[in-house]
Ligand binder design. Sequence first.
Ligand code: NOJ
Length: 542
Amino acid sequence: MAEAKTTTTTRWWRGAAIYQVYVRSFADGNGDGVGDLQGLLRKLPYIAELGIDAIWLNPWYPSPMADGGYDVADYRAIEPLFGSLVEAEKLIDEAHALGIKIIIDIVPNHCSDQHPWFLQAIAEGPDSPVRELFWFKPGKGEDGSEPPNDWQSRFGGPAWTRTTNPDGTAGDWYLHLYSPEQPDFNWTNRRVHDEFEDILRFWLDRGVDGFRIDVADGLVKEDGLPDLNGETPEPLPFSDQDGVHEIYRHWRRVADEYPGERIFVGEMWLPDPERFARYLRADELHSAFNFDFLGCPWEASALRGVIDDTLAAHAPVGAPPTWVLSNHDVTRHVTRYGRADTSFDFGDRQHLAPTDFDLGTRRARAAALLTTSLPGGVYVYQGEELGLWEVENLADELREDPVWVRSGHTDRGRDGCRIPIPWGGAEPPFRFGDGTAWLPQPEEWSDFTAEVEAADPESMLSLYRNALRLRRSEEALGDGDLTWLDLGPGVLAFTRSPGFACVVNLSSAPIPLPEHDSVLLTSAPLVDGDLPSDTAAWLRLS
Ligand code: NOJ
């Protein structure tokens, strides 16, 4: 039995730098072209050297990969392509030995249609009691040929798929907020709660330090599953329902039984910052991804607004904000920041919009200093520390993301931010592994390998290493608060105590730096002592 939580906790998560590993694309240890735990194990020293406190791994469970592992067939095992449970335990131990914590993904809204419960529900037919663990409903219309309601899948098309009964007749429909291969669990059923509590314990017993909760706002559906009728109510009937908070209060009690502050990070894309902050109350989740910041355009006033709103929403619940620029679902920010419209929106990925990569990179460098110095935690998505861009010219037949097919080939989806990492060498697969990588890498990445960048003090990798190293040694950085400095329009500048300032120039002309003792780090060289456009500086104040 785990020890009770002590009062001498580190609160490590309040200011942690967390590195996101998309296992499939990180490093391939066995030469089959797919990233795996062996590959990740070998790269742990790289992550440690980067100055990272914790790794968040995307789902590592057995999965048919209909949605990159977010279709889980078994929550207590490891996908054979990635390795074994023994390797997972070794990874946890070795990461811990390097002072790195491990956060795993938990997917409680839905599973895979190959999960034993769902297979049983289909095989046993309409009277199967196992169907109550999902949302099976008769269709509408005389012959039940219309979906039970008008909800749409987030990947496009109806959120319902009709089943075929064991006798071959057309049967009930089941709900899937994502692809048909991802049936939604019915969280009104006690057995679902018990199962997930057991899964949490399974991994907590193996030493994981936390969970990133997929679709954290989606578990509870509004009673009666009401039609939307073309409206967009807040909250939506399949998102942010009040009942979901009770689930997390319960999960929190489970995690708090374990020593060492095991944490929950919520994935919620919610429009209302105050409703978002309700998930971060002291007896619920520890933190959540700040997607408003991620989606914000590269403009000083807009960023200032998002930062202020974030701080204001988090303060009343005492939770630390987080700062995120990229992840496995969104267009990489080197690309976003090089476009005329620098915002991100799932509604339009601006696929192949004209992009100035030098500008995008320059801004991404400045953004790295901004995010790593704001109060709270920060996420780094694998490859952003190398300045990798969105690969937009991938051949359509190579696309694996279900978004591409489900959107009727209108949204080219997320494969372009999931391209395998270039580690070294002059040509693909750039030592990602020995075999052909599961998605092809651009030839141009020969100049963006970890090997090349480690040897170049001006590279993005060197910038991230310097920033994260300073972030650890500067008392002012990480958890805490900030005070804005007014340095004029187009400039974001703030101080943090003791003795630190960050200045980001988003205007089109150089600006003088405020009074300071020394310059700790800049994202580009100063020009005659001034801070050029799209450049950030960290300053030591007296
Ligand atoms: C959010 C995950 O980040 C995304 O990759 C996935 O497709 C959906 N949730 C559904 O699980």
